[in-house]
Write a protein that binds this ligand. Structure first.
Ligand SMILES: C[S@@+](CC[C@H](N)C(=O)[O-])C[C@H]1O[C@@H](n2cnc3c(N)ncnc32)[C@H](O)[C@@H]1O
Length: 232
């Protein structure tokens, strides 16, 4: 009983009354609404920055994969490596994907990574020898991402750093001559890293497939690092 009285006494204290009046004032003055509005605005601005940051990071990561903009239904890659090319091919809308690597390590890695994708066909072998076998029964224009290359480490080396000229020769054997051909690493053309094969040699070989090819370049790991051959 004594305890209850003391509670009543505290509720009536001048401090309590003053505090209640202060809270009432805050509620009726609109200060809370203003603060909530300012907080919402801050959260929106931060979310905007976060979105921009994520978008630029995604763009930076995806930048070397310009075939996103040059996709056909069928995508053929030489040099599977860790499967990122395949991943971006799926994003580009490719419905049938073929990728070959000479390194068992990367072949089996990709097998595992894409084990649930029926539309992805992986091959263990030399693209300089097997590319035609992969494409011979395809009856429509293909997007080729020619990226097979010895890059050190566990990547494959069969006496050539790049099988690119043999690959182009096999594309030439195909009954369609309007494929989109993307060749990576323009910055290395003409150097040891590309078996001293020059840009001029590559373009000459591409024109052997079809003289109507038009050649352009797009950004990869560095500016203009991907050669694009298209028949428009
Ligand atoms: C630069 S990585 C490929 C990167 C991959 N295309 C991507 O977009 O992420 C080159 C790959 O080519 C493979 N390679 C090297 N010579 C090859 C050949 N003659 N035939 C097939 N693959 C080859 C290497 O084992 C390596 O995994």
């Amino acid at each position: 009983m004594r305890r209850r009285q003391s509670q009543v006494h505290r509720l009536d204290s001048p401090e309590q009354v003053e505090c209640c009046a202060y809270i009432k004032k805050i509620y009726t003055s609109g200060i809370i609404e203003e603060k909530v509005w300012a907080m919402k605005k801050t959260v929106r601005v931060l979310a905007g920055f976060l979105f921009l940051f994520i978008a630029t990071q995604c763009f930076a990561i995806a930048r070397p994969y310009s075939f996103l903009l040059h996709s056909n239904r069928v995508f053929v890659e030489s040099g599977t490596f860790n499967g990122d090319g395949i991943f971006y091919a799926i994003l580009s809308g490719a419905k049938e994907i073929h990728s070959i690597d000479l390194s068992p390590k990367y072949y089996y890695h990709a097998k595992e990574r894409f084990q649930n994708n029926d539309n992805i066909n992986l091959y263990l072998g030399d693209s300089g020898k097997q590319l035609y076998d992969i494409i011979k029964n395809i009856d429509e224009p293909i997007t080729f991402w020619l990226d097979a290359q010895f890059c050190g480490g566990d990547t494959a080396f069969n006496g050539k750093i790049t099988p690119i000229l043999d690959e182009l020769e096999q594309i030439k054997q195909h009954h369609i001559n309007t494929h989109t051909i993307l060749i990576d690493d323009v910055r290395q053309f003409g150097t040891w890293y590309f078996d001293y094969i020059t840009k001029e040699q590559l373009i000459e070989k591409i024109f052997e497939i079809n003289p109507n090819y038009s050649i352009s370049y797009t950004d990869g790991f560095v500016q203009d690092d991907i050669l694009i051959a298209e028949v428009k």
